[in-house]
Design a protein. Structure first.
Length: 256
């Protein structure tokens, strides 16, 4: 039996799910670009040069582990936050599968944003009391952080009563964006971990954001065929305009 040396594995393709334009035959406009790594093996610079923040579309980020996907997401959010002005307002809706991942992003945001009190964590919603003044203060924060269960009105283990104020908060958040002509930028990381949340009774609930969404970012290192219908549903909010950004995956680091 031949023994394969570690060096033989370098520069060999890594198998992964490629997102193809042919997966979206019923989409209005779709394009795909390959994102290149810099000399240190990260994608931030090239991805930034390719994404048009002003275009209304659903942007799919299919980037492998260790190439700076999370850093790129944080930088996209930073750019939108810095673009806020008297003439144009953006509301960033950050969505992840888990509370623990939310906390990781919150810690990262605290490090990069000099301004204080700019983000709202859905876990701070009071389940027992509704203080309209406090709610409006929270809604006015430019960065809102949720789990996918909250966005889909899934109470999970919390129970219906505890979830009622969360649903009410989201309803008022959307209405506030409508009234004030605020453009919503929705960012969902680790999409593959949310697949079980999107059952047929809940998946279309995402379209309640339809009137206010400007752009959707859907990111994962491990897309699958099961993700395609979900990607299509999100694209309905951006007039079926889809951009795919993907890295080619080659084993080019020595294995430990």
């Amino acid at each position: 039996m031949k023994i394969i040396e570690v060096t033989e594995l370098l520069n060999t393709p890594i198998e992964y799910k490629k997102i193809k334009e042919s997966d979206f035959i019923d989409i209005n406009n779709i394009s795909k670009e390959i994102v290149s790594k810099d000399s240190e093996g990260y994608v931030l610079s090239d991805l930034n040069s390719k994404i048009n923040l002003l275009e209304k579309d659903t942007t799919i980020i299919n980037i492998g582990v260790g190439l700076g996907k999370s850093t790129a997401i944080i930088d996209i959010i930073r750019q939108y936050h810095n673009m806020n002005s008297d003439s144009i307002k953006y509301k960033i809706i950050m969505i992840t599968p888990y509370k623990t991942l939310n906390k990781q992003y919150i810690n990262a945001f605290k490090e990069i944003f000099e301004a204080k009190n700019i983000h709202f964590d859905y876990e701070d919603i009071d389940a027992n009391n509704w203080n309209e003044n406090q709610v409006m203060e929270d809604i006015n924060k430019p960065l809102q952080i949720f789990t996918i269960n909250t966005i889909l009105e899934d109470s999970g283990q919390e129970g219906v009563a505890q979830n009622a104020n969360k649903n009410r908060y989201i309803k008022e958040l959307i209405e506030n964006c409508k009234i004030n002509n605020i453009k919503v930028v929705m960012v969902l990381d680790e999409l593959h971990e949310t697949l079980d949340n999107f059952d047929k009774n809940k998946i279309l609930l995402i379209n309640k954001w339809n009137e206010v969404v400007h752009k959707v970012f859907l990111a994962s290192a491990t897309f699958s065929e099961s993700c395609i219908p979900i990607l299509k549903v999100f694209s309905l909010m951006t007039n079926k305009n889809v951009k795919i950004f993907e890295t080619e995956r080659i084993q080019n680091r020595a294995l430990s």
